[in-house]
Ligand binder design. Structure first.
Ligand code: BES
Ligand code: MN
Ligand code: ZN
Length: 482
């Protein structure tokens, strides 16, 4: 990953291929005023222009990025990343975004590392993947460079950005290269020594009565896995359980998806990727909070052995569920994960899932839905998402949906609403049946988890790693609240 350091150098003397220069709204444009005017740079949000420095700076090329006069952390993350993407052929950067404090240094460092992300694993050398220059170093120019708090801020930024980029890598990996056992292995390898890992295979899942995960995984010749991560620091002040949807590919099963909707369905393990990456980051940061995380991993495929519409599944909780649509598989694997989370008796539960297309219809592609059973905890999660710079918005679990969830004529619960309205609310109402009284928030990341368009700000094409920063922030705040 990009290595970010700090320096008290002046922008004119910093040695680098490219100088990224923030121009605040009310700045006079300094030595470059005439050039910036010529290039039509007005300082409007999002604007980025590139020009040769002509020797006035040590760096041969300048990328000017617009900043508001009082930028938020998110403004700085985005500006830093826009600078990085404009300078994509450079190997070294100097970055002068005039941070007003250590928090701003941290945001800039995060933006740089997130904006520098690439996924080249499957590009062959012939296509020039390994001939393209790769950005190696960025130095943030700041008067705080020598303070130990700034050094720690850089380390935090690197830990969080590594976590986001790891989640992105997993989402981007082709579904044939990341089948359930592969994903479980990758998680085990990533967890290192700070976090304990246990993997349940299909035999253990049967012994543990995880009928939801097994029911979804039955159609695949690569059987399901349940991966549990535990981080138990001495002096933990709270216990947070995380549950992630880990469908390595969602074909829809026998209720098969049309081809076009299937194209991006390697994204369907983004929730599990986010909770795992966040857990490892929380451990690396040494936050005094206990985490138990469950990655519910299966491949949803059609076959002669697949679960049929009309089948009844015996869930881990003891409830029976009538399946109506095998493409509503996420709630089935999450239900078992939530039951396991409840058994661990945490103070809070958060699940993260690419659960419903309906959530994308409701909130668009850049905003996740927050639902749950506890308004105060929902507000805490929403505040964490704001502080982290991830867009989320609350949706209700309405009374209407409770009635439908319990309306199966042959089982305790029905899995799918025959009416196409409020699909996100129905899915959450179903999940709520498995969490009992524990304060719980459900994050539906179906929209933001994958960018089908072109790259913008720090968001690359493909997997985005959404959810990771909110979870790390939430853990930070829960650890401070006691
Ligand atoms: N994984 C999909 C949801 C999804 C859709 C994620 C688009 C990202 C982008 C989920 O398993 C699914 O298929 N949901 C169905 C539910 C329906 C059958 C009730 C959907 O949204 O159509
Ligand atoms: Mn589905
Ligand atoms: Zn799915």
């Amino acid at each position: 990953m990009l290595s970010v350091s700090l320096s008290t150098s002046k922008p004119t003397t910093a040695r680098a291929d490219v100088l990224i220069l923030g121009i605040r709204n009310d700045d006079d444009k300094g030595d470059h005023a005439a050039t910036l005017d010529l290039l039509g740079f007005t300082g409007e949000k999002g604007q980025t222009v590139m020009f040769p420095s002509g020797g006035s700076d040590k760096a041969p090329v300048v990328v000017a990025v617009a900043l508001p006069s009082e930028p938020t952390a998110e403004d700085l993350r985005r500006a830093a990343a826009r600078g990085v993407r404009a300078a994509h052929t450079a190997t070294s950067l100097a970055v002068d975004l005039h941070p007003a404090g250590v928090d701003e240094v941290e945001a800039i460092a995060e933006g740089l590392a997130l904006g520098a992300y690439r996924f080249d694993t499957f590009k062959s050398a012939k296509k020039g993947a390994d001939k393209k220059p790769v950005l190696k170093t960025a130095v943030i120019l700041s008067p705080f460079a020598r303070q130990s708090t700034a050094t720690r801020a850089l380390e935090r930024a690197a830990t969080v950005a590594t976590a986001v980029n790891t989640a992105r890598d997993w989402v981007n990996t082709p579904p044939g290269d990341l089948r359930p056992a592969d994903f479980a292995d990758a998680i085990t390898a990533h967890a290192g020594t700070d976090v304990k890992v246990s993997v349940w295979d299909e035999k253990r899942l049967a012994k543990e009565k995880c009928g939801g995960i097994l029911g979804v995984g039955r159609g695949s010749d690569s059987p399901p896995r349940l991966v549990t991560l535990t981080y138990e620091p001495a002096g933990a002040v709270a216990h947070l359980a995380l549950v992630g949807k880990g469908i390595t590919f969602d074909s829809g099963g026998l209720s098969i998806k049309p081809g076009a909707s299937m194209q991006t369905m390697k994204l369907d393990m983004a929730g599990a990727a986010a909770v795992v990456a966040a857990t490892v980051a929380i451990a690396k940061l040494g936050l005094p909070i206990r985490i138990t995380a469950y990655a519910c991993i299966a491949e949803n495929m059609p076959s002669g052995g697949a679960t049929r519409p009309g089948d009844v599944l015996h869930m881990r909780s003891g409830a029976t569920v009538e399946v109506h649509n095998t493409d509503a598989e996420g709630r089935l694997v999450l239900a078992d994960g939530l039951s396991l989370a409840v058994d661990a008796k945490p103070d809070h539960i958060v699940d993260v899932a690419t659960l419903t297309g309906a959530c994308v219809v409701a909130l668009g592609q850049h905003t996740s839905g927050i639902l749950g059973n506890d308004e105060a905890f929902g507000d805490t999660v929403l505040a964490a998402s704001k502080a982290a710079g991830e867009s989320m918005w609350p949706l209700p679990i309405t009374e209407e949906m409770k009635g439908v969830v319990t309306s199966s004529s042959i089982a305790d619960l029905r899995q799918h609403n025959p009416k196409p309205y409020g699909g996100t609310l129905f899915a959450a109402a179903f999940l709520r049946e498995f969490v009992n009284e524990i304060p719980w928030a459900h994050l539906d990341i179906a929209g933001p988890s994958f960018n089908e368009g072109s790259a913008f700000d720090y968001t690359p094409v493909g997997g985005t790693g959404t959810g990771v920063r909110t979870l790390v922030r939430l853990a930070t705040e829960l650890a401070e609240a006691r």
